[in-house]
Design a protein around this ligand. Structure first.
Ligand SMILES: [Zn+2]
Length: 95
């Protein structure tokens, strides 16, 4: 039985680092939403996880395209720049 695409997880297909469901560069929009939901209470853990993924993606993509490796800033933007900052709404400045 084939799982409908909508319910399939949007995980990275390595070493290409595209989404195994929608074929967009990973993390795709759906993966980002899922990660934000999964790590909603631990944004530091989300960033640590994505740093590890970025490190592995950079190594994989460099092996695949040694003469045309991805731009480090582009990888940073793709893997980390979209992550939410600590919510100011959660900080209570009242004493
Ligand atoms: Zn996807």
């Amino acid at each position: 039985m084939v799982t409908p695409p909508a319910s399939r997880p949007h995980l990275p297909l390595r070493p290409l680092w595209i989404c195994c469901t929608c074929a967009a560069p990973w993390p795709c929009a759906t993966a980002r939403l899922n990660l934000r939901h999964e790590y909603a209470n631990d944004l530091v853990a989300l960033r640590i996880y994505l740093c590890a993924q970025l490190h592995e993606a950079a190594a994989d993509l460099h092996k695949l395209h040694p003469r045309n490796s991805p731009d480090p800033k582009a990888l940073f933007d793709r893997f980390l720049a979209w992550t939410p900052r600590a919510s100011r709404d959660c900080v209570d400045f009242r004493v």
